[in-house]
Design a protein around this ligand. Structure first.
Ligand code: FE
Ligand code: FE
Ligand code: ZN
Length: 277
């Protein structure tokens, strides 16, 4: 069985360089921030750089890669100026990503602060409606959240409610973060099958496009969002194995966001590959 596994990489050396780095650690996918994760301008890569990455991906049978939107954005901010900035930036990102066939663009659905979950969902869906128009080959992924503060997207129902409000959701999917959903109260490590069945019932497994594979520093339901190295947190290695070998997960791009440098990522990738017969 083929597994698609990689980790978070830095874009600072360019796009082709990320492809080469992925290869060097045994990865066939990866994730990166399109710009400084705290926001700011984008450095537009040259066509040569993009095409260099595409060639590496084709020659080495890469799964789709994941671009991550800056996490300080708030697609459901009460302030229209912040929402507009989020929207404009995400559109700029999607236009760039259209140059890399079938790329995923992952974003956090935002925090409603004091507006309430319902309004948060409405505003995030509105932001999404402005972005999907620009996505032809790109698929926009809503990330499942831990529920810290007033984050929306902490339950499958909230994610479903966002998708239901998108006019054309044909290019909208979900990225399941194992640390986040465990912190959100879904016991994915022990009740893997039941949790994925619930995902299927509420959202539909056809929407599940990618996985952020992280252990958690905190217990089930803690609503904290602190990632841990595989096997050292509350999910544990047995839980991690159950997740990545589940038929609903296998074949999807799986990206590590564990607290590691490149060498640690290489070791975790090797570990994961051992679980796949
Ligand atoms: Fe994220
Ligand atoms: Fe994540
Ligand atoms: Zn996280």
């Amino acid at each position: 069985m083929k597994i698609n596994i990689g980790c978070h990489l830095s874009v600072s050396g360019g796009y082709e360089n990320m492809g080469r780095t992925a290869l060097s650690i045994g990865a066939n996918t990866f994730q990166f921030f399109t710009r400084n994760p705290r926001g700011g301008g984008i450095k537009i890569p040259s066509d040569k750089d993009i095409n260099g990455l595409i060639r590496i991906m084709e020659e080495n049978n890469f799964a789709p890669i994941i671009a991550h939107a800056p996490y300080t954005f708030n697609p459901c901010a009460a302030d229209e100026n912040i929402r507009k900035y989020t929207r404009d930036t995400m559109i700029e990102d999607v236009k760039l990503l259209e140059k890399i066939p079938h790329t995923y663009y992952n974003f956090h659905p935002g925090s409603h602060v004091s507006q309430g979950v319902e309004i948060g969902i409405e505003k995030t869906a509105d932001t999404l409606n402005n972005i999907t128009k620009h996505a032809q080959s790109t698929t926009i992924l809503i990330e499942t959240m831990a529920g810290k503060g007033s984050e929306i997207g902490k339950t499958f129902e909230e994610i479903r409610a966002i998708i239901d409000r998108v006019d054309d959701s044909s290019h909208v999917g979900v990225c399941l973060d194992t640390c986040h959903i465990s912190d959100g109260g879904y016991d994915i490590a022990n009740n893997t099958d039941a949790v994925l069945q619930e995902f299927d019932r509420i959202i539909g497994l056809d929407r599940l496009k990618a996985v952020h594979l992280n252990d958690s520093k905190n217990p089930l339901g803690a609503k904290k969002d602190r990632h841990e190295k595989l096997g050292l947190g509350s999910l544990g290695l047995t839980g991690i194995e159950k997740i990545i070998t589940h038929p609903a997960i296998i074949g999807l791009p799986i990206v590590l966001e564990t607290p590691n440098e490149l060498e640690g990522y290489a070791q975790e990738i090797a570990l994961i590959k051992k679980f796949i017969k």
